[in-house]
Design a protein around this ligand. Sequence first.
Ligand SMILES: Cc1cc2nc3c(=O)[nH]c(=O)nc-3n(C[C@H](O)[C@H](O)[C@H](O)COP(=O)(O)OP(=O)(O)OC[C@H]3O[C@@H](n4cnc5c(N)ncnc54)[C@H](O)[C@@H]3O)c2cc1C
Length: 310
Amino acid sequence: MRRRGRFVVLEGLDGAGTTTQSRLLGERLRDWGAGVQWNTELTALQQESDHVTATLKQPDGTARKVTAAYVAGCDGGRSAVRKAAGIAFEGITFPEHFLVAGTRYDFKRHMPGICSVNYTADPVEWYLLLEIPDMWRVITAADPAVEPSEAVQESRLQASLQNLLPRPEPYEILVKGVYRVHQRVAAAYRRGRVFLAGDAAHLNNPLGGMGLNGGLHDVLSLVPRLVDVWNGRKPDSELDGYEPQRRPEAIHAINAITARNKKLMEERDPAVRERNLRQMAEIASDPRRAYDYMLEASMITSLRRCGMLR
Ligand SMILES: Cc1cc2nc3c(=O)[nH]c(=O)nc-3n(C[C@H](O)[C@H](O)[C@H](O)COP(=O)(O)OP(=O)(O)OC[C@H]3O[C@@H](n4cnc5c(N)ncnc54)[C@H](O)[C@@H]3O)c2cc1C
């Protein structure tokens, strides 16, 4: 967002700027000459032919209007920018909620041979077991028949962890949460002078770890275009290339692969499960197919397909 010839980045409705990552990013942006305004909320957006006016709610609660040449809405799944631009968020919301629990329990010691990222397919209760820097994050689906507020109760999470790996003592659960899961893609990534990127443009289930990565790929496409147009090196039409480069990847890579992963994990038909496992084993035993599978899972194929990587 431009203000008096500079970029302004708005960050955070929820005390952002307090995490190490946010602080480091903020400092870096300032080094590059961008202004950063923490805890500032965009509440309205109006487009004219040659500029956009954003209404901002500042940390002290007062409103302020800012004009900009372009706005990039990277404001998450509930994107105020997307709503203000009148862009539909097409797709579905799954009936079940996902549960997340964080524990420092040493799964690697008690489940020898597991990796840092593990998917446990199970007809009743599947798990994603993920080692993050200071703990293990365990994700599973809540029973749709149980109220989300009930599903996230300590006793239910304990039962779920005990099902994953039984032990005599209860688990120490340091973090817990319950959230809705969507497969949605914005009907447009550009409307006039407004762009969408990241979760504002696409939401997917977390099985495959593609949401954040896909968002980074969006901005790797959008930002160089904005910089070129901003500096007068390229015409505005350069920005037209953003949507065709990124939106098909949200549909055919990010959404398609994460949806396939969810289906694989929750499959209940024993014959289909066996066939899926056999197919996976065949891929793993064929170096060429295993390599191609990894290129796809790591989103390198997606980057190549949309021309962002040779
Ligand atoms: C449990 C879980 C596990 C996940 N695991 C992975 C993984 O392994 N790999 C992966 O790639 N992805 C993963 N994801 C997805 C990933 O977290 C998201 O895709 C990513 O955080 C989206 O980043 P974003 O910047 O687009 O949006 P967000 O992280 O939602 O950030 C949006 C920002 O905009 C701010 N904002 C919102 N509205 C306004 C407004 N009106 N004005 C100003 N600011 C505003 C918010 O405060 C926030 O700071 C996971 C998600 C979950 C829930």
